[in-house]
Design a protein around this ligand. Structure first.
Ligand code: WTA
Length: 643
């Protein structure tokens, strides 16, 4: 396989420009972790320094960083840049869904809006420690709302704007949010009236904790406003005081909750705290995107996911980056939109998902070739394995062979990037996330938990030690935190991913080894989808697995058994799909549904998903051992009737 070295220009300007320097700093970070993280923590402005760098016990799932320190995340992202004289510099560039819509905020303007919003929240009775749910599309007020929460010490819980009312309701109830922030309707691609407020209205019928809904006017479409409960954002800001001092937070005070799918039907409220998260996101953003002042940095993720939290808002803004957010989609008004935006704003650092690259690559080179992409210096990917074809396309057609690609591996739980190339350092191989970031010790374990030493091994990916940005608990359920990440391999953090280490010690993520399926970069729990399908009155049982998909990476395949006496009709199929869309959201709907008389089960009644995965992926020559099945005969009809 061909390897790609960083070019000399990137090396020369990089914060770290040689593999020797990387190794030196990596060794320092491993041998003297307390010194290393104390040095990196200087990026952050602290109201009071820490008493202790770290304390941890993975056997109890207890982790603290910078205990005793005081800081405010919003102050670090906004105020201190104004104080340092950069108030007139651009902080946020917003590119709307329609190409003629752009809004820029400099740091002065951002500070003004964030303070007004913070006071508006206070006027609604929101205080330190209260949870605020944010359910919006990618409009600037979303970033402002997040920062305003951080300013007053309220814990934000952003729910991705495509989630259905039921999912929104479950997330609001789990963390008992006091206020919900949303918008009238949303605009995305050819959709110009995405029901946000009306979805919120359905959700809050069953969320007793919500006292008020704050509503941003994005489209002006008619919506219902409930007197006494619903407040227009612009009215609330108009009657707010201009000044709002940032709350002094403890390093270990919660900053946000973000829900992610798990192996049960109930989503996990991943909780991140303030000090360690700010140090980790700013440090990783600095080195991995090799950020230099005034560069235009664009991460195309949605703020509804962790990538948007860490690498649109907190990391870049702490580093005084010019950060962009985009309301639209890569194929509207046409397949050239990303490249048009890069030309228009002279984007230097571009961070996107493999699924977007695959979809765009399919449309041919004519789209990127229409635009001047000379401003680009570094390209990044995240969310799922990138395969060689799209990596090469990214490298050749988008980066014109001069931009290092950073394939960054991390998770909602990790808060920031753990395994990644550094642009001025790492010789890359298409498809490999390469080497650990500073302070990170990845381990590959066999199923019994033995550490696989040396190179050319494959196993379960775990981390030997904590890092400042890792999650601290599952909101309201510390036992679940322990069971999910620390129980299977005692003393380690288990990621749920499989991984191999090649002859050069490079890491290659092979995909999830648990019940999570990644579809177009979105994590989906099989149990959640099965629960939704199982809610259909005709359905007796359902099992959901992933199978490889050209554009989405994986797609969803559902095996469904109907109740006796219920007939398979086209309507049943449509109703099941509708149901999943309504319960979870369109991103979770099954691409294929196979009705079957029975599912492959062990004698103890456990569904053998391995067999279903093989059938769904068309690997029928090697289904694996089926002798432990209660009724091996179901397999042949499953194979024969596969779609
Ligand atoms: C997958 C997204 C291969 C992985 C930041 C992980 C990746 C899950 C990569 C987390 C990558 C993320 N290569 N796989 N570079 N990055 N993944 O929580 O399976 O939405 O466990 O966080 O995405 O997804 P999440």
């Amino acid at each position: 396989m061909q390897k790609y070295e960083p070019n000399s220009k990137t090396r020369k300007n990089a914060h770290i420009g040689s593999i020797e320097d990387y190794k030196k700093l990596y060794e320092h970070s491993i041998n003297n972790p307390e010194d290393f993280w104390a040095e990196q923590a200087e990026r952050i402005t602290w109201f009071k320094k820490w008493d202790k760098i770290w304390e941890w016990d993975f056997n109890k799932a207890n982790i603290t960083w910078f205990e005793g320190a005081k800081l405010n995340a919003c102050y670090n992202c906004v105020d201190r840049h104004v104080d340092a004289g950069y108030g007139a510099k651009t902080a946020l560039i917003w590119e709307g869904n329609n190409p003629d819509e752009t809004r820029n905020y400099n740091y002065n303007e951002l500070l003004e809006k964030v303070q007004l919003t913070a006071n508006a929240l206070k006027n609604l009775g929101v205080g330190k420690g209260d949870r605020v749910c944010i359910y919006m599309q990618m409009i600037p007020e979303l970033a402002i709302a997040v920062l305003a929460c951080a300013r007053i010490g309220a814990v934000h819980s952003v729910v991705f704007g495509a989630f259905a009312p039921d999912s929104l309701e479950a997330r609001i109830n789990d963390s008992e949010c006091k206020v919900l922030i949303t918008q009238d309707t949303g605009v995305r691609g050819t959709k110009n009236d995405i029901p946000m407020k009306s979805n919120a209205d359905i959700a809050v019928k069953k969320t007793p904790s919500i006292e008020n809904i704050l509503v941003v006017k994005r489209t002006g479409s008619p919506i219902e406003m409930v007197e006494g409960r619903d407040v227009w954002w612009h009215n609330a800001l108009a009657s707010s005081d201009a000044e709002c001092a940032p709350e002094e937070m403890d390093a270990e005070d919660p900053l946000f909750i973000l829900y992610t799918s798990g192996s049960t039907g109930k989503p996990k409220g991943v909780m991140h705290t303030t000090g360690g998260y700010m140090v980790y996101t700013s440090t990783t953003h600095h080195y991995i995107f090799d950020y230099h002042p005034d560069e235009i940095y664009w991460c195309t993720a949605d703020i509804g996911w962790i990538t948007g939290h860490s690498y649109i808002i907190y990391g870049p803004m702490a580093n005084r980056a010019v950060t962009m957010m985009f309301e639209g989609v890569p194929n509207y008004p046409d397949f050239g939109r990303f490249w048009e935006i890069i030309e228009k704003h002279k984007v230097n650092k571009f961070y996107t998902a493999p699924t977007a690259l695959r979809a765009l690559m399919k449309e041919g080179d004519k789209w990127p070739n229409k635009y001047n992409l000379d401003s680009l210096k570094i390209l990044g990917t995240v969310g799922e394995p990138i395969k060689e074809p799209e990596w090469l396309w990214y490298h050749n057609i988008i980066g014109k062979e001069k931009c290092p690609i950073v394939d960054t591996w991390w998770q909602t739980e990790t808060g920031g990037i753990l395994i990644t190339p550094l642009p001025g350092v790492t010789t890359t191989k298409p498809g490999s996330a390469t080497l650990p970031f500073f302070g990170i010790i990845p381990e590959l374990l066999d199923d019994e938990g033995n550490v696989l030493e040396g190179n050319e091994v494959e196993g379960n990916l775990a981390m030997q030690r904590p890092w400042p940005g890792m999650m601290r608990t599952v909101y309201g359920d510390h036992q679940r935190f322990f069971e999910t990440y620390f129980e299977k391999f005692p003393g380690k953090y288990f990621s749920g991913d499989g991984c191999k280490r090649d002859e050069d010690g490079y890491y290659w993520i092979t995909g999830r080894v648990d019940d999570v399926i990644i579809v177009s970069g979105h994590n989906l729990g099989t149990a959640e989808i099965e629960g939704s399908i199982g809610g259909h009155p005709s359905v007796a049982e359902a099992a959901v697995v992933g199978y490889p998909h050209e554009i989405k990476g994986n797609s969803i395949y559902a095996f469904v058994t109907l109740r006796t006496g219920h007939e398979i009709t086209e309507d049943t199929r449509t109703e099941i799909i509708k149901r999943v869309r309504a319960d979870i959201g369109p991103h979770a709907s099954p691409e294929k549904i196979q009705f079957t008389e029975g599912l492959p089960k062990t004698r103890s009644g456990k569904i053998m998903r391995r067999i279903l995965r093989n059938i769904a992926s068309d690997n029928i020559d090697d289904l694996g051992d089926i002798s432990t099945l209660a009724d091996p005969s179901v397999v042949s009809s499953l194979v024969d009737e596969r779609i």
